[in-house]
Design a protein around this ligand. Structure first.
Ligand code: MG
Length: 316
């Protein structure tokens, strides 16, 4: 049995109610507007705007209506409904589903890029991923991460985006918050991967939550291609579905590789994070190469830049 969930506005719910008028059944679950049975398919519409299709042909039937989900992006109704966090909570059985997971690395590091990866873990790959050691990357060291990543990039489809420091600093200077950059990167990586895996059946998308869903979609306002359908958010999503754990491992692997390149370029081993060691190394670079070098290897708006300047001036 297949499942599909879409989100529509109130007028679409009315439209659907009329459309399925001859199929509605009397018994209503709490919070629902109508329930219709069409052959082996049950359609349940909720007051929240969520419509659940269960049974054979679920995907097909929901596709008839999902066009309405993207065209209402900016209506007031959609915006207020977006605020209902429970609408974006993953289904309880998500761990066993075929999911695209998305995660990013490098946002808290002064040196180095932001890497965002979306990875698709279908049901058939779940056992293999587990066996390969895919788990929360916070419990893995860099060597383990690289080893696992090198294997899984040949096993599952993924999309990797690297936001290099030059571009990051440009966007930041033009008014983009880091949150907005992340939202754009996740949305793009997910869209790329959906295209790549168009022939495979996917039950949904899980984003490791870095902003409230409403804020996330606000960041994407005005974008041509916003992925909304069956997008779920969860904090600590690495532990919720293996696709996010895999995405995180690949993102960290890409980050490590980029970081090594930058260290070679800088001629010094760059420290991770944004602590006092980072200030010292940045100060050293300012003295030896001049401050312009930082815009190619660091996130300039971090407080580290100012601290490094002071250290460099003191020691000059
Ligand atoms: Mg994350």
């Amino acid at each position: 049995m297949s499942n599909s969930v879409i989100k529509v506005n109130a007028s679409t719910i009315d439209e659907m109610k009329n459309y399925y008028a001859t199929n509605v059944i009397a018994k209503l679950p709490p919070g629902s507007v109508f329930v219709a049975k069409v052959d082996n398919l049950t359609i349940t519409a909720y007051k929240s705007g969520k419509v659940l299709f269960q049974g054979s042909g679920a995907e097909e039937e929901s596709n008839k209506w999902s066009r309405n989900t993207t065209n209402i992006a900016d209506s007031k109704e959609k915006r207020s409904s977006i605020k209902n966090m429970h609408d974006f909570a993953p289904p309880v059985n998500i761990a066993a589903l075929s999911i695209i997971g998305s995660d990013e690395v490098g946002t808290g590091d002064y040196f180095g890029p932001i890497t965002v990866v979306s990875a698709f873990a279908s049901k058939v790959h779940l056992a293999q991923l587990k066996q390969l050691g895919v788990k929360d990357s916070k419990n893995l060291n860099d060597r383990q991460i690289s080893e696992i990543a090198k294997t899984i990039i040949n096993v599952i489809p993924y999309s990797l985006l690297v936001l290099h420091n030059e571009k990051y600093n440009e966007l930041q200077a033009s008014g983009y918050s880091q949150g907005k950059m992340k939202a754009l990167l996740h949305n793009q990586a997910i869209a790329n991967l959906i295209k790549k895996t168009a022939n495979e059946s996917c039950d949904g998308i899980l984003i490791d939550q870095f902003a409230e869903p409403g804020v996330y979609f606000n960041y994407l306002k005005g974008q041509a291609n916003v992925v909304r359908d069956r997008v779920y958010f969860s904090t600590k999503a690495e532990g919720v579905h293996l696709s996010v754990a895999a995405a995180s491992i690949i993102a960290r692997y890409a980050f490590i590789k980029e970081f090594e390149k930058l260290s070679a370029k800088a001629g010094v081993e760059l420290p991770k994070g944004a602590g006092a060691k980072v200030d010292e190394v940045a100060a050293g670079l300012i003295r030896s190469k001049g401050e312009t070098v930082l815009k190619h290897i660091a996130k300039l708006h971090f407080a580290n830049t100012e601290k490094a300047r002071k250290i460099a001036a003191r020691k000059a």
